[in-house]
Design a protein around this ligand. Structure first.
Ligand code: PRP
Ligand code: MG
Length: 212
């Protein structure tokens, strides 16, 4: 029997909630942290544990059929991909932050400045929209450290509780987008895969109705 291949975040904040959702819809997966792939015991589903940033390309190429992923990652790298269902968890913002000591009144103040981020496309789109030119430095993690070590004047990163900004003496200056976890699909699913995905979506909708 055909199995639907679904990608979830390998490790990080989305992983736990994604696995909980699968459990809530009655799908049990052996969650071997060291395994990159696991099969569900009671449903035609194969789970692939992948890095967030790699998931859009896997979906596009049809290496996986579906994914539980943050909308923010799709905005950055997968605007061509389809959101099947918003999942209501892992809510966050992607925001510009500047040192607390800086007086920030408008995005124009970032003209010619250095911005550190893991979301270059999202930042560029926002800057273009506002007619501002700045220098983007791509960093893949611990972005909030950049202003403190003199690497950047501002950062763009995910804000959830706000605690990372606070600990690094930064303040939110602009919200670029709000995001939550979504179920996304590969563009060219065959009939069988579509049918399995529909089943999953139906179960998710029932669970979401029950909790809202
Ligand atoms: C994420 C994100 C922010 C932080 C936001 O980092 O990059 O830094 O969480 O959450 P908060 O507002 O609740 O503090 P993470 O801790 O996952 O590590 P990383 O940036 O090194 O990947
Ligand atoms: Mg971080």
């Amino acid at each position: 029997m055909k199995k639907l291949k679904i990608a979830v975040q390998k490790s990080g904040r989305l992983n736990e909630d994604s696995m909980k959702l699968l459990k809530d819809i009655g799908i049990s997966v052996d969650n071997g942290k060291d395994q990159l792939k696991a099969s569900a015991r009671n449903f035609p589903l194969e789970v692939f544990y992948l890095r967030n940033g790699d998931i859009p390309q896997y979906l596009r190429d049809g290496v996986v059929d579906a994914a539980i992923i943050g909308e923010n990652v799709l905005v950055e790298k997968g605007q061509d991909l389809t959101i099947v269902e918003k999942l209501g968890f892992s809510k966050c913002k992607v925001s510009i932050a500047v040192p607390k000591s800086v007086k920030y009144t408008s995005i124009k103040e970032l003209e010619g400045k250095r911005i550190a981020t893991s979301y270059p496309n999202t930042v560029n789109e926002f800057l273009d929209k506002n007619g501002v030119k700045a220098n983007i430095h791509i960093i893949n993690g611990s972005v909030e450290i950049a202003p403190n070590i003199g690497l950047a004047d501002a950062i763009v990163d995910i804000v959830s509780s706000g605690s990372t900004l606070f600990k690094n003496n930064l303040k939110e200056a602009e919200v670029l987008l709000t995001s939550e976890a979504v179920l996304a699909s590969s563009p060219n699913l065959d009939t069988e895969a579509k049918a399995i995905l529909n089943k999953i979506q139906f179960r998710i909708q029932s669970v979401l109705k029950g909790t809202s």
